[in-house]
Design a binder for this molecule. Structure first.
Ligand SMILES: Cc1cc2nc3c(=O)[nH]c(=O)nc-3n(C[C@H](O)[C@H](O)[C@H](O)COP(=O)(O)OP(=O)(O)OC[C@H]3O[C@@H](n4cnc5c(N)ncnc54)[C@H](O)[C@@H]3O)c2cc1C
Length: 529
């Protein structure tokens, strides 16, 4: 049998995307996945008899429209349903904020709390849109590869660096200021400078702590907020939606497309190490002991997993190995899927019949101060007394997930210390999360039929997400763009010839985007041509 051109380690959505593009370039591709299903962090699984849900990632916006088009996902049946409005925040005083529908409706809602903030919303969105548009231009581009002393490494890098400077220079001065601010300031300071309404700031600032174990007042976390604003659903920018069939539907369709292009996908095929001969990656060795050779290897796994467990340190330049040691991973995210006999009955908006707020992103975190306190608690004890919880109830818009009349909900919870003793603390975390939901929905605990919880440690053990990091490495200035994963190795290539990065540890980072897979495929195909 002819030798494979490229082996891809991991069938996460980026590994699958990379495989599809490489196959389209005429290369022979084989994907090796450790688990029994494709999808990595984008999977739909049964977690309680008769109840299925997106196991980890649960909502779509960032998946790039070009990836959707090129991988023919819509033609193959992908359907994404928009939320009626982005967020619903039940508040401790019995009020609620419904936020993020059309601008006029959002303004009317916010005006109930602060007419001044309502008037400022259009300008805020205009600033955010300008920032998102600037950064979006780079999502499907390889960032310039800067050398040790910020020296560009080749003509492609010189061109990319020049384009970057040109684009920055074309922004008006307040746009340049905003761009610098998002990379250096906290979301809290950014939002406090514009708004006074606490629930509004919470609704907007929540994105800054998603997958980011930090106070919303931590310097630089404004970028994480912006990272969640790149996307679109059905051509509408900045909004989030639900993939019918859950996130696993996206990756099943990607795998179908890959197979149709001739890609071989091996499940339950864990890779033990990358085979390196004379400084070049020439294949992999599976945990079974089998050796598979190829012209190149692309790693969809976290860079720490790749370079600390699959590559012998002696093969790496010492500086690079040290930089990987320092590469920060750890999201502080705790994830629970719950099976419910009925919909949550909110004290502030009663009723167990489906209402628009049930189909939105329900945020149990009324202020940035609440989020900051949760982080401080977690620093002290591992977890917050009152954690930050977002709940989505996909079964309101998708009847494929739960038996008729029953529901599934995703609880995505933040501010859990990544390196706490999760085997000891897991149960306490579940109780604290359920207590938060119960305090707003008095029927919650009695409606629970079953649940499955994932601590940061579970995310690492079961999904290879080092430190439970949902993005394969923190999204911070020193780990972004030309510095992701490591300065000098930004163009999807590490220090070992023939070994590429095609997962979220490469630019533009985490989220279900398909972008690192798309970009890596372009670089690999160029090298192998
Ligand atoms: C709890 C949670 C919630 C999230 N919510 C959202 C959300 O709502 N929306 C969103 O856009 N993003 C969300 N994210 C982030 C997003 O899901 C991830 O950043 C993204 O899916 C990562 O994709 P990837 O293909 O780069 O890597 P992964 O999906 O991590 O894929 C890596 C693959 O490598 C495999 N692997 C690991 N070790 C080996 C080995 N030794 N041999 C072979 N294979 C191996 C893994 O099993 C996995 O399949 C969430 C993530 C988590 C964890």
């Amino acid at each position: 049998m002819p030798r494979d051109d490229v082996l891809i380690v991991g069938a996460g959505h980026n590994g699958l995307t990379c495989a599809c593009y490489l196959a389209a370039a005429g290369l022979k591709v084989r994907v090796l996945e450790r688990r029994a299903v494709v999808g990595g962090a984008a999977v739909t699984e049964e977690f309680h008899p008769g109840f299925r849900n997106s196991t980890l990632s649960y909502t779509v916006s960032l998946l790039h429209p070009r990836v959707i088009r090129d991988l023919r996902l819509a033609e193959r049946g992908l359907r994404i349903v928009e939320r009626p409005f982005s967020n619903f925040l039940p508040l401790p005083d019995g009020r609620a904020l419904k936020f993020g529908g059309d601008l006029a409706t959002s303004q009317a809602e916010v005006a109930r709390f602060s007419p001044r903030d309502a008037a400022r919303l259009p300008q805020y969105y205009a600033r955010l849109d300008r920032l998102a548009a600037t950064l979006k231009r780079w999502v499907l581009e390889a960032p310039p590869n800067l050398g040790g002393a910020f020296i560009v490494q080749g003509w492609r890098d010189a061109l990319a660096a020049a384009r970057l400077l040109w684009q920055f220079g074309r922004l008006p001065q307040d746009g340049q200021r905003d761009l610098i601010d998002v990379f250096t300031k906290s979301a809290g300071h950014w939002l406090d400078a514009t708004f006074e309404c606490e629930p509004l700031k919470a609704a907007l600032g929540w994105d800054a702590i998603v997958g980011n174990y930090a106070s919303p007042y931590a310097a630089g976390c404004a970028y994480v907020l912006l990272h969640h604003c790149f996307g679109e659903v059905n051509g509408k920018p900045g909004i989030w939606g639900h993939a019918i069939g859950g996130m696993g539907r996206i990756t099943e369709l990607m795998a179908d497309e890959a197979r149709a292009r001739g890609v071989r996908i091996d499940l339950e095929a864990p890779v033990a190490r990358v085979l390196i001969e004379r400084g070049r990656a020439v294949g992999v060795v599976l945990e079974s002991g089998e050796t598979i050779r190829a012209r190149a290897v692309a790693a969809n796994v976290n860079p720490k997993l790749l370079y600390q467990r699959m590559v012998d340190r002696s093969e790496l330049p010492a500086q690079f190995a040290d930089a990987i040691d320092r590469y920060r991973c750890g999201s502080g995210a705790f994830r629970i899927n719950v099976a419910l006999s009925e919909l949550p009955d909110f004290a502030c908006l009663p009723g167990t019949h489906a209402q628009p707020h049930h189909a939105s992103g329900i945020l149990f975190a009324p202020s940035l101060g609440y989020m900051d306190r949760a982080w401080r608690d977690a620093e002290d004890t591992g977890l917050a007394r009152s954690p930050v919880v977002e709940m989505l109830i996909p079964s309101v818009v998708d009847d494929s997930l739960a038996p008729r009349g029953a529901h599934v909900a995703s609880l995505f919870c933040q501010q859990f210390k990544p390196d706490a003793d999760w085997d000891a603390l897991r149960g306490r975390a579940v109780d604290a999360i359920f207590d938060v939901v119960q305090s707003y929905c008095p029927n919650f605990r009695r409606s629970l039929l079953g649940w499955r919880a994932y601590s940061p440690l579970d995310l690492e053990r079961e999904f290879g997400l080092v430190g439970g990091d949902i993005f394969h490495g923190q999204l911070a200035l020193d780990q972004l763009f030309s510095l992701r994963p490591v300065l000098g190795y930004a163009r999807y290539r590490g220090p070992i010839a023939g070994l590429y990065h095609c997962g979220s540890g490469a630019h533009p980072g985490g989220g279900v985007t398909g972008a690192p897979g798309h970009n890596a495929a372009r670089e690999i195909a160029r090298d192998l041509a």
